[in-house]
Write a new protein. Structure first.
Length: 237
């Protein structure tokens, strides 16, 4: 992007109207939304640890915290959608930013779904699966953390006009998300295989919902990967 366009953009961003709605960055609310979605995902890990410890008081507390955080993320999403101006002077389009917002939102939604299902059925996994499940959850949350880091780079991308060395750095981070998501897929297969071997010892209904929880945990990484891919598409546009 030519220097005079960068200067014009910065001058535009210092206008009173824009600062009042978006602060110093047009991406600030979107980054804040991603932080909130990531927070929802991180709470899945201690929630499942509380399930393993049979501490249902803590499970209830964490489920309520996830719901509260997801609701706050929804409120911010609605605010962004209603206030993001049409024709905003940015190197990316309004529909692209709104699509990124939707992909972020799915992380929080899935975390809320996991917590609700686990609590609603008072689920617990077989002891043999505890360690592998914990590693799986941690890896899926790592993918969400990487997606959060990528979204946090939006300001730097704006400063460089979505060009230059910063784009290469962001693309490297997107590749890291992809690699992490692939590891999550492999771990999910291993968990499903282990659960298949234990089906005879468990209630058929419980097994069905265990498979669903495993799938939904994997979705955290899938949605994180889609956030990364959306950023990569913005760089290519």
């Amino acid at each position: 992007m030519p220097r005079f366009w960068q200067r014009a953009m910065k001058e535009f961003m210092t206008s009173t109207y824009v600062q009042r709605i978006f602060g110093r960055s047009p991406f600030g609310p979107i980054q804040k939304h991603m932080e909130m979605c990531y927070e929802c995902a991180t709470l899945v890990e201690p929630l499942l640890q509380a399930v393993n410890a049979d501490d249902w008081t803590e499970v209830v507390r964490l489920q309520e915290e996830i719901v509260r955080s997801e609701n706050e993320a929804d409120d911010l999403k609605t605010e962004i959608r209603s206030r993001l101006p049409r024709g905003f002077f940015l190197p990316v389009s309004r529909p692209d930013l709104l699509d990124l917002l939707t992909r972020q939102d799915r992380i929080a939604n899935r975390a809320k779904g996991i917590a609700g299902l686990v609590l609603g059925r008072r689920m617990s996994f077989p002891l043999q699966m505890t360690d592998m499940l914990g590693e799986f959850v941690a890896e899926c949350i790592k993918a969400c953390e990487l997606a959060r880091q990528v979204v946090s780079e939006l300001d730097e991308l704006l400063d460089t006009g979505f060009r230059g060395q910063e784009t290469g750095r962001v693309r490297t981070m997107v590749h890291q998300i992809d690699a992490t998501e692939r590891r999550c897929d492999e771990m999910e297969i291993d968990l499903r295989t282990m659960l298949f071997g234990l089906e005879g010892e468990l209630s058929a209904v419980n097994v069905m919902f265990m498979y669903r929880v495993i799938e939904w945990i994997g979705d955290l990484a899938n949605h994180a990967e889609r956030v990364g891919h959306r950023l990569d598409q913005l760089l290519a546009s």
